[in-house]
Design a protein around this ligand. Structure first.
Ligand code: G4P
Length: 534
């Protein structure tokens, strides 16, 4: 049943109150700080600083994490749940670095919306733009938080114009900043006619909120110094005239983004942003799947794996599959069908992620993210259902853009290396190809930094020093099509043929010209740069 006003399914209240989203931003814009404040207001942590403190403790455990720290990037992604007001928020963390864009892309298949954080002094930066484009591919609704307003920042109209122009999306101000830098005192809430005043003395204090009866309310002058008030009145008037009004439907369709201004470190604007996600962010959405789509209100439980993380705890070789629940009401202990292998799986110890602690999930509703510990049965793209053979679509595996050969430092350890590589391939951390001629493996990644991460993880998690060498190949395509033609092609191109970790045939190449030639000479074959994971 569809709600005629919103064209959205009418959901049971438990599902309708869920908001599952990710934060996209350029490194340093304030994603970690904002996450920390979300968790603080959500009661998931007691004290700001805990996410970071826990992060530090975790990082010191390994060189890999040390690398993450040195480079100021967040390599691994995870999911966090917390309640605020009537809403249950599921925040899925995305790696901000472009070298992990594939991982990010997959993560974004598991959310219904994104919060875009920009730095008020820097505006739209390169990484923000890239991640935004990924969101656009999926028409994800975007809510914007312009951070660091306590510092010198750009003119408000200029920031809004830049977003509109660079990202081609309508921007509507949900709040209007008052004063700049040292003079910044808070925001005028454009949606609810309220004044939100920042407390610089106490960074964890929620802003003071004052009801205002429109812009000519004398109360404004009591709280806003005269030199700021004139500018505020002029700007808000101009904004109301020149900028589009909030259109909730346009937000849900991804054509318009409301923008809040604040300072995450001073806890300012965060509460308003959370309320905004609740009010204007989408409820759990329909998932495209085959042979039919899945609607969140369906009684039967289904979900799909969008991320696998191995060795989260190096002491236990566990793997956690992150599953986005697509429909129904899941209860711990349920038996679900693993659609790819058609085997039943009893889900007896699913976990929920509260801040960075894991907790047994007794239940989960459509929209939630649960972690399922397993021994490798669950792969990215797998669907779990109560029996029906449905497969969630759209979780791609991209052709790598950089290829290198990899060898174990100790040649006796080749088998171990193979095991480690397969593990990472299943996790989606890299593509691993076994060439049909010769020994060794070729590893493919999207960004060069992934090689470094891989080398340190193999060493750390498997005790295997490895060496990467240049490969003669620079690109790879998956090949499919008519069986006889495929055999003919494989026999004639042995030097170029490899198999990926699923055993699928891959054509390794140096030049686009080679690909064009194959397409011309073997019209019955299909060469693809992405492969849907299943
Ligand atoms: P990221 O995850 O997007 O990379 O950013 P993160 O939250 O780590 O923030 C990057 C830096 O910006 C941090 O400073 C953080 O304290 C600061 N920051 C975040 N929000 C605000 C804000 O509203 N105002 C101001 N002025 N600064 C903000 P750092 O010096 O790199 O780290 P730290 O020593 O403060 O931990």
């Amino acid at each position: 049943m569809l709600d005629t006003a919103t064209n959205q399914p009418v959901l049971p209240p438990e599902i309708a109150r869920r908001r599952t989203f990710a934060i996209i931003s350029h490194p340093d814009a304030g994603k970690t700080t904002l996450t920390e404040k979300f968790l603080l207001y959500g009661g998931a942590i007691q004290m700001a600083g805990q996410v970071r403190a826990k992060g530090e403790a975790r990082r010191t455990r390994s060189d890999f994490m040390q690398m993450e720290k040195d480079r100021g990037i967040s390599v691994s992604a995870s999911a966090m749940s917390f309640d605020y007001g009537n809403f249950r928020f599921n925040l899925v963390d995305t790696p901000g670095h472009s070298d992990f864009s594939e991982d990010t892309y997959r993560t974004l298949t598991a959310v219904d919306a994104a919060v875009m954080v920009i730095d008020g002094a820097k505006g739209v930066e390169s990484q923000t733009q890239k991640l935004f484009e990924v969101c656009r591919l999926r028409d994800l609704p975007i809510l914007t938080f312009c951070n660091k307003m306590d510092r010198e920042s750009r003119d408000t109209f200029e920031i809004i114009d830049e977003i509109q122009e660079m990202l081609a999306i309508d921007v509507t101000p949900a709040a209007w900043p008052i004063g700049v830098g040292r003079d910044f005192i808070g925001c005028y809430d454009m949606l609810r006619d309220r004044l939100e005043l920042m407390d610089r003395a106490d960074r964890n204090k929620v802003a003071e909120s004052i009801e205002i009866n429109g812009l000519d309310d004398p109360k404004l002058a009591e709280h806003v110094p005269e030199h700021l008030l004139d500018k505020l009145l002029e700007e808000v008037e101009m904004a109301r005239e020149l900028l589009p009004k909030l259109d909730p439907q346009a937000v849900l369709e991804g054509h318009m983004t409301p923008i809040w201004f604040g300072s995450a470190i001073n806890s300012f604007g965060v509460k308003e942003l959370m309320e905004g996600i609740g009010a204007y962010g989408p409820q759990p959405q329909i998932q495209s799947a085959e042979p039919r789509q899945i609607s969140p209100e369906e009684k039967k439980v289904s979900g799909f794996v969008f991320k696998v993380q191995a060795n989260m705890d190096p002491k236990h070789r566990d793997r956690v599959a992150f599953v986005r629940m697509a429909s129904g009401h899941f209860k711990r202990g349920m038996k679900l069908t693993h659609v790819r292998t058609k085997k039943p799986m009893a889900i007896s110890n699913p976990v929920l992620f509260l801040a960075s602690d894991r907790e047994l999930a007794e239940e989960a509703w459509a929209g939630d993210i649960i972690g399922i510990p397993n021994h490798g049965q669950l792969r990215i793209g797998d669907t779990l259902t109560e029996g029906e053979a449905i497969r969630v679509k759209g979780i791609p595996s991209f052709a790598p853009e950089l290829l290198q050969g990899v060898r174990a430092g100790d040649p006796m350890k080749a088998k171990h290396l193979e095991k480690a590589l397969m593990q990472f391939a299943e996790e989606g951390a890299a593509k691993v190809f076994k060439p049909s001629i010769g020994s060794g493996f070729i590893v493919g990644v999207v960004g060069a930094l992934q090689f470094e991460v891989l080398a340190s993880r193999i060493e750390l998690e498997y005790g295997l020093p490895v060496r990467f060498d240049n490969s003669q190949f620079t690109s790879a395509r998956w090949v499919s099509g008519d069986r006889a033609e495929l055999d003919k092609f494989v026999n004639a191109n042995k030097q170029h043929i490899a198999h990926d970790h699923d055993g699928d045939i891959v054509y390794l190449t140096r030049l686009q010209w080679d690909i064009d030639r194959v397409e011309r000479d073997y019209p019955a074959l299909k060469l693809t740069a992405t492969k849907e994971m299943m």
